[in-house]
Design a protein around this ligand. Structure first.
Ligand SMILES: Nc1ncnc2c1ncn2[C@@H]1O[C@H](COP(=O)(O)OP(=O)(O)OP(=O)(O)O)[C@@H](O)[C@H]1O
Length: 633
């Protein structure tokens, strides 16, 4: 994961940030349980981090010694020769006295030490980066896996209240944020605190007076950071909100580009987009004014501080209170400390973002799954006797509207029934309840004597196949799309299913045959062809219960015959529930149920119902018949 580079003073995304509270911290820690299996690797990484930090912190000291060896070589303790390797013991003694004023080393010695230090530093840094990345990559893989498993096993009610884009961003950007923290931010935070505390301690050892002088510039920095920070945050938030609105315009218009074009609203959309991005620029410039002011102020104070330190330290050198090389070391440490103070602001923003991300991730992880994928599943075929007993239902998202009041339907194994009724009568809802997509409000649904409320959803749904109105194909080959009905199906089984579904011929007519790519980026299949692929998929699944949600848009008669024949093949020996729109197709079913106001208003065979005077079904048939006649005329 690449480090997110952010310029000094720039704010992290405002909406992603959370106030740092005890609760937030606790939650963030919960997400980090995914690192536990790799804790020892993490500890090793941490040791390397400390070692690399110690080596970094020694650099200014050695630089001071180097300067000392250059500017006043006469004061150095004499050594017999310039060969540093032969005098390790003497070097050891000198190292212990590194804080004392006399320059200890010859230029060669100190250069040698420097090289050793740099090699160590390089090795430690490499090992630190590698081990931390290892921990973060592995633990975030585990987290992503658990998150995806959780999302895909959540009940449909969860998806009704969440947007797909949002869920995607949890798996992608929220987890990336956590990953950044593990591989970069934690180490950076430690480094900066270490540099700050260690640096201040070291410069205090060099000169307490000068340290106090240097630290006196800090309050200015802190007050400025608080005042400017508030304005910057306010404006950055506005920029981000406006940017989000701009993105929504792009997303919505691209998704419904057909509508935009049909209504020739390109000009309108361009002007909507233009004014929105202009507002982004306005707010961004306002924020930039504060950010620029803040940065110039900080630069002024930082460099002013350095000038002040050089001036005051220079005076101490002139009065003999401080050695020149120590002043040099002091100034470099001051630079280190300044850098870490500047970085801490960004760290704070990163931690806030992390808390936000971990809260959102946890929110999903704490939802209740309807499927346990880790439990082995054994397929048990049902016979397909279905009984709806006084079923009542209200959608959880619309508690004020009773969709189904009291429905009782018995379907024996192998029977075919049809549900008819006006649009919105609750036909689709009833079959969704059979698939246990929602819990019933009242009554029960029993399959082969088992109340589905107590049944495992995988067991239940593995016995049901749906051929929906709008067939969705996955991006992939036709072969893969059919085989989706039975993962692991043999080639012969897939071809056989395609043949039974009347799909073999049209598939064979494509140059790539079964390997033709369909879906968003592939070949567009016609409505009838898609239906036949869906039927082949269902044939392969070989369920005992079949749900057919009839396509409302009539296919042309040839295509309709092919689809109908395929459906007849599919329906053989299966309990079938047909959600019917075109009544002509359900004449032969065993029972037709007419839904009205959440209840069964009429039921019986086509012949029975058609004879009912003023009957709802008889009326519907008459209406459709009249329409067809009108069309023919
Ligand atoms: N997920 C949902 N959340 C809330 N209300 C819903 C949901 N799905 C459907 N409804 C409402 O429930 C009622 C029944 O819808 P349903 O889709 O079952 O009707 P239908 O008879 O299948 O209609 P159509 O013939 O148009 O497909 C409608 O008023 C609909 O607005």
């Amino acid at each position: 994961m690449a480090k997110r580079t952010r310029s000094f003073g720039e704010e992290a995304s405002e909406k992603d940030k959370k106030k740092i509270s005890k609760e937030g911290f606790k939650k963030a820690l919960k997400v980090f349980r995914f690192t536990l299996p790799y804790k020892w690797t993490f500890v090793i990484g941490f040791i390397f981090l400390i070692l690399s930090q110690l080596t970094s912190m020694s650099i200014p000291l050695l630089m001071g010694q180097m300067v000392g060896a250059i500017v006043s070589p006469e004061k150095r303790t004499t050594l017999p020769d310039a060969n540093p390797m032969g005098n390790m013991n003497v070097m050891g003694d000198k190292l212990q006295n590194i804080f004392h004023s006399a320059p200890n080393f010859t230029l060669n010695e100190v250069t040698f030490l420097f090289v050793v230090l740099l090699i160590l530093q390089a090795a430690f840094s490499f090992l630190r980066v590698y081990t931390f990345t290892r921990v973060s990559e592995q633990s975030m893989r585990d987290l992503r896996k658990e998150l995806y498993t959780k999302i895909i096993t959540l009940p449909i009610t969860f998806f009704e209240k969440s947007r797909v884009g949002e869920l995607m961003s949890r798996i992608t950007s929220d987890v990336s944020q956590l990953q950044d923290v593990l591989s970069i931010t934690l180490a950076e935070l430690f480094r900066q605190v270490f540099t700050l505390v260690g640096g201040v301690l070291l410069i205090t050892l060099i000169s307490g007076k000068l340290t106090l002088f240097m630290l006196s510039t800090f309050p200015f920095l802190v007050v400025a950071a608080i005042i400017f920070g508030r304005f910057i945050r306010k404006n950055s938030k506005k920029v981000q909100d406006e940017l989000a609105k701009t993105n929504i315009i792009v997303e919505e218009t691209l998704q419904s580009v057909n509508v935009v074009k049909a209504f020739t609203n390109e000009r309108l959309e361009v002007s909507r987009y233009t004014s929105s991005i202009q507002r982004v620029v306005d707010y961004a410039l306002k924020a930039a004014t504060f950010r620029g002011g803040f940065i110039s102020f900080i630069i002024f104070v930082l460099f002013g501080g350095v000038v002040g330190v050089v001036w005051y330290g220079g005076n101490l050198v002139l009065t003999g209170e401080l050695d020149f090389k120590d002043l040099f070391t002091f100034i470099i440490y001051t630079g280190f400390i300044g850098g870490s103070v500047g970085g801490l602001g960004d760290m704070y923003a990163q931690i806030q973002k992390t808390i936000g991300a971990s809260e959102r991730v946890l929110e999903i992880l704490e939802e209740k799954s309807e499927v346990n994928v880790s439990r082995p599943f054994e397929f048990k075929k049902t016979q397909g006797n279905i009984s709806f007993e006084n079923v009542g239902f209200v959608y959880p998202s619309r508690p004020d509207m009773t969709v189904l009041k009291d429905i009782s339907i018995q379907v024996k194994a192998g029977e075919k029934v049809a549900l008819v009724g006006q649009s919105g009568a609750g036909k689709s809802t009833l079959v969704q309840l059979l698939m246990k997509l929602y819990p019933l409000t009242k009554g029960k649904i029993v399959i082969d004597g088992v109340n589905i409320a107590t049944q495992d959803v995988t067991e239940l749904r593995s016995n049901i196949a749906v051929v929906p109105q709008e067939v969705m194909l996955f991006g992939g080959t036709i072969y893969e799309n059919i085989a989706y009905g039975k993962p692991g199906a043999t080639e012969t089984e897939v071809y056989e299913a395609a043949r039974k579904a009347n799909a073999f011929d049209f598939i064979s007519s494509f140059p790539e045959k079964f390997q033709t790519i369909v879906g968003e980026r592939g070949v567009k299949l016609s409505g009838g062809q898609r239906q036949r692929v869906a039927i082949a998929r269902a044939i392969l699944k070989d369920p005992s219960i079949l749900i057919l949600d009839e396509a409302t848009s009539a296919l042309d008669s040839e295509s309709e015959k092919l689809v109908q024949d395929a459906l007849d093949e599919l329906m053989k020996n299966r309990t079938t529930i047909i959600i019917a729109h075109r009544l002509a197709t359900i004449r032969n079913v065993d029972t037709i149920y007419v839904l009205k106001d959440g209840e069964i208003a009429e039921s019986g065979s086509h012949e029975d119902l058609i004879l009912k005077e003023e009957g709802i079904y008889a009326n519907m048939v008459k209406l459709q018949f009249d329409n067809v006649n009108l069309l023919v005329e």
